[in-house]
Design a protein around this ligand. Sequence first.
Ligand SMILES: *Cc1c(COP(=O)(O)O)cnc(C)c1O
Length: 378
Amino acid sequence: MNFPPRPTRADIDLSALEHNLRQIKSCCSETPGVLAVIKANAYGHGAVAVGRVLENAGVESFGVATLEEAIELRAAGISTPMLVFGGCYPGQESAFVRHDLAAAVCSLPDLQRLERFGRDHQLRFPVHIKCDTGMGRVGFLPAEIPPLIDLLTRGSGVEAVGLMSHLASADEAAPEVTRRQIQSFREMCRQFAAASLQPAAVHLSNSAGLVAWQVPECTLVRPGIILYGSYPAPEFRTKIDLRPVMTFSTRIAQLRWMESGCGISYGHIFHTERPTLLATLPVGYADGYNRLLSNCGEVLIGGQRAPVVGRVCMDWIMVDVTDLENVAVGDRVVLLGSDGGQTVSAEEWAEKIGSISYEVFCSVSQRVPRHFSALPVT
Ligand SMILES: *Cc1c(COP(=O)(O)O)cnc(C)c1O
């Protein structure tokens, strides 16, 4: 492109990412390795850049949701072991082998298919066996473990390189569900060991799990959200020191004095009640600025908060800057992030839209260019 882009952008602070990884490692010193979760374009942060930084920082493994996500990373030269959580769909087997990927496997028919593929191609297809210890989503239930073990010990076309499960409520105050899940996982590990199956990778804990629980049987933890500097729940703030990685910003496109009584944006759900200095910003729900922030979002301009007024449009929002000092066209506006000692966190935003920070990050759309900070030379 030989022209400058629209000023709406997401800045990704790669040294904050490294900081968060260090915090994770010191938090679970009993677990030797990290499987960094970089699915969904690294929660919207840019999977290739994030993957390169984490690979250089020495993470043991990566987790992604789909084969396509894994191939994008491999094409960028990322060679760290990689697990596809979503599994291997029929017809994808050769691509998994070609790109050196392991698949999470959740059912006997899928395992049988991969075992047959492995035998037909004289290889052992690498799988992580996913157990359902209480998530109620996918995976082998406790009753399915004996036939599973039978197939794993007899079938030569597949190798269980990993044993995994997923926590349903580690971010919540009630510990009973997690305690039961850990017990159930331990029992499955014991059944594997009794059959002389010793997967090298044993992993259970997501971000909330690894901060709040130690599971010594595990060889890996699977952090996602905390890598990106967001807390699974408010009470985690005191337990681990994280730095937000993403700053989502734009610049003021237009400033106008509007008379009292003007309807603002679609549906006129806001009317000015005084002469109002209105700033129009080139960002909207097509960029990931959620429409539920209509009349309730806040942005930062020169370290001051300004309220979103009227409906969020596809490509624009309006903010009331009447009470702010020194505002001009072209001024930087922080939508998500910190400015002059003020912060609009992903958590604050999530609460307003009835969601979680995960969805806030994932929603920042493809249309928003990501800019990556250079890492300090060490
Ligand atoms: C997304 C995901 C994670 C990461 O969860 P966070 O809560 O972001 O840490 C871990 N494991 C699996 C299987 C996942 O799908």
